[in-house]
Design a binder for this molecule. Structure first.
Ligand code: IPD
Ligand code: CA
Ligand code: CA
Length: 266
């Protein structure tokens, strides 16, 4: 049976993500522009990223005032309960800016450093992805499951690119080595959705260098609970250096090849 605290955290994550999703979907100004740039001129934030993070952190703080918070747009509090919320209020900002549908709200709850609840809300797909550690992954209430590992050359692999030119040069070189060896590559524009797509069997695997905790936390738990393995370089945990997600049988050779290709460094 689900621990009552875990059930409470899931309910809060679901409702905060639902509300932020409605705000982002229905409140997107027709003339939406860039509010600020971050690490580079193509790493942008809109007024809607900021408004969605405020909505989410206000909602969580109202219900769990003593928990810690880590949000991409600046939320950062320690908390005293051992629970920390890891929030990407809008994952796929560039898609959102251009009116492309692949963007999501990503909310995870960690207990003592381990992600125990993950919710990814993708309003333009009409889909909510949710997972509790040890209790499976669900999309709109239906159990989600990875696709069995195909032969390596039949694998459809998602990835993403960072915002810094130096990193992109290195990422392009990795792609050069990987693309001829697989079925194809997808660059969807939302790491959280990419990870959920692995968990739903819509991608065979996914990798990316340079993810932040808010990109990874909820989607990685979903993918894992749907049967994927998650890691970084061989033998290491997923991190900013490298994150790889795929079912066993594909995960190992993908991780090995990415390591050989130097996907973990710029
Ligand atoms: C980005 C997206 C993108 C990934 C980048 C992320 P943002 O997040 O997840 O797919 O390739 O690494 O930074 O900036 O849209 O929240
Ligand atoms: Ca993100
Ligand atoms: Ca974001």
């Amino acid at each position: 049976m689900t621990h009552p605290r875990t059930a409470e955290l899931l309910d809060i994550a679901l409702e905060a993500a639902r509300r932020a999703g409605v705000l982002l979907r229905d409140g997107r100004p027709a003339d939406l522009g860039v509010a600020a740039i971050k690490s580079s001129p193509i790493d942008v934030v809109t007024e809607m990223d900021i408004a969605a993070e405020k909505l989410i952190t206000d909602y969580i703080s109202e219900h769990r005032p003593d928990d810690g918070l880590l949000g991409e747009e600046g939320a950062s509090t320690e908390g005293t309960t051992g629970v920390r919320w890891v929030i990407d209020p809008l994952d796929g900002t560039v898609n959102y800016l251009y009116g492309l549908p692949s963007w999501a709200v990503s909310i995870a709850a960690e207990k003592d450093g381990e992600t125990i609840v993950g919710v990814v809300e993708a309003p333009m797909r009409g889909e909510t992805y949710q997972a509790i550690r040890g209790e499976g992954a669900y999309v709109n209430g239906q159990r989600a499951c990875c696709r069995p590992a195909p032969a390596f050359e039949q694998a459809l692999i998602g990835t993403g690119f960072g915002y810094l030119t130096e990193r992109r040069i290195a990422q392009a070189a990795v792609l050069n080595g990987l693309l001829p060896r697989v079925r194809d590559i997808r660059r969807g524009g939302s790491a959280a959705i990419d990870l959920c797509d692995v968990g739903c069997g819509r991608l065979n695997g996914y990798y990316e260098r340079g993810l932040n905790p808010w990109d990874l936390a909820a989607g990685a738990l979903f993918a894992q609970e749907a049967g994927a393995l998650i890691g970084g370089r061989p033998g290491e945990a997923a991190s900013t250096e490298l994150a790889v997600a795929a079912p066993s049988g594909l995960f190992e050779p993908l991780q090995e090849l990415l390591d050989e290709l130097g996907a973990w460094h710029d």
